[in-house]
Design a protein around this ligand. Structure first.
Ligand SMILES: N[C@@H]1[C@@H](O)[C@H](O)[C@@H](COP(=O)(O)O)O[C@@H]1O
Length: 334
């Protein structure tokens, strides 16, 4: 399929879903997935929290969604689920559960057919590239597709114009990602050399970037590198976690461009005063030419995520620990 066709197919799927939104009342969005696919949901929750006065959004682990059985889940709910290959059983079960409650179910996956697709009203196929590799279609990668669906929701329901700004900004992601690959590979190698023997690395962020810190902690460091980690919210840092900080304790701080940046700046000030071994990745250092001013805060997590994926490849190489190695995942019953 040509590039234009690939993009059009994904947008056609999104357009069909926007039509389905129009046909019903939606007052609550449940963002349901596991692991890295759950981390994906945080920026869209941030968007809905900020921009909507009538629709609320919550992020749920797939199993917890079923066990907790939210009282507000029903016919006026939109449940958006995600699973890379649409095969994670608890996410498929969550879709089935949501449908049994009368909710509209929309699932993201990068494959065309999967058990999750069979249990969903609509699906969207996103483009996906392994960590550190340039995605040929970043404007329809998972985070971008989810924004199309959530910004699209507020567009059709409340006339929120951010969806139009998103569509105008997304084509510029390709250039941003390419420049990240060019400019961050050498710093990634330096990071890898300096941190390769650490047994623990904490990550920290706030607002729309918190999910990226969470994903790097649980998926890259713990799952793919077997390095201890924990994603610390930059505001929560001062309410316990900062007691662990000394000159040797490694931290990665993400600095985004959204309204919560002052919280990340406060954490940075403290790290500078009391720590020594920390990496700061700041979205301000990127060239955002072409991206709508009001979109930068929302799109910063996508760029920070890609920088971290470039760093992950370098860390894995320096540690001689392939990102694909697993002890348990997909290998033993769980
Ligand atoms: N890093 C993620 C994990 O966090 C996740 O558990 C697994 C299955 O996820 P999915 O439901 O997206 O297929 O995929 C990746 O390896």
């Amino acid at each position: 399929m040509s590039v234009a066709n690939v993009l059009q197919t994904a947008q056609d799927q999104v357009n069909q879903i926007l039509e389905a939104y129009k046909a019903r009342t939606i007052n609550r969005v449940f963002l349901v997935a596991c692991g890295g696919s759950s981390a994906l949901m945080y920026p869209s929750k941030y968007f809905i929290d900020r921009e909507s006065a009538s629709i609320s959004a919550e992020v749920f682990n797939s199993n917890e969604f079923i066990y907790r059985n939210p009282g507000t889940l029903g016919e006026n709910s939109l449940v958006i689920l995600c699973s890379h290959k649409g095969k994670t059983p608890e996410t498929t079960e969550a879709a089935k559960f949501a449908k049994s409650k009368g909710a509209l179910t929309v699932s993201l996956m990068y494959v065309e057919t999967a058990p999750l697709a069979d249990e969903s009203d609509y699906i969207v196929n996103y483009s996906w590239a392994p960590p550190g590799e340039l995605d040929p279609h970043p404007e329809i990668a998972n985070y971008a597709i989810l924004y199309r669906l959530t910004m699209g929701l507020l567009y059709v329901k409340e006339g929120n114009k951010k969806y139009e700004q998103l569509l105008a900004s997304l084509p510029h992601l390709d250039g941003i990602m390419k420049s990240i690959k060019t400019n961050y590979t050498a710093p990634g190698k330096e990071f890898a050399a300096a941190y390769k023997d650490e047994s623990v690395i904490y990550t920290m962020a706030s607002g729309s970037n918190y999910g990226i810190a969470y994903s790097f902690a649980i998926c890259i460091l713990m799952e793919m590198q077997w390095i201890n980690s924990h994603a610390i919210h930059a505001g929560e840092f001062f309410h316990g976690p900062f007691e662990i900080l000394d000159k040797q304790m490694p931290f990665i701080l993400l600095m985004g461009l959204d309204e919560t940046r002052p919280m990340e700046e406060r954490a940075l000030k403290f790290l500078k005063e009391h720590g020594e071994k920390f990496l700061v990745l700041d979205a301000k250092e990127l060239d955002w030419t072409g991206v709508d001013e009001e979109m930068k805060g929302y799109l910063a997590p996508l760029a920070l995520n890609f920088i971290l994926r470039v760093y992950a490849v370098e860390l894995a190489a320096a540690r001689n620990h392939p990102l694909e190695d697993r002890r348990y995942m997909f290998k033993v019953p769980y």
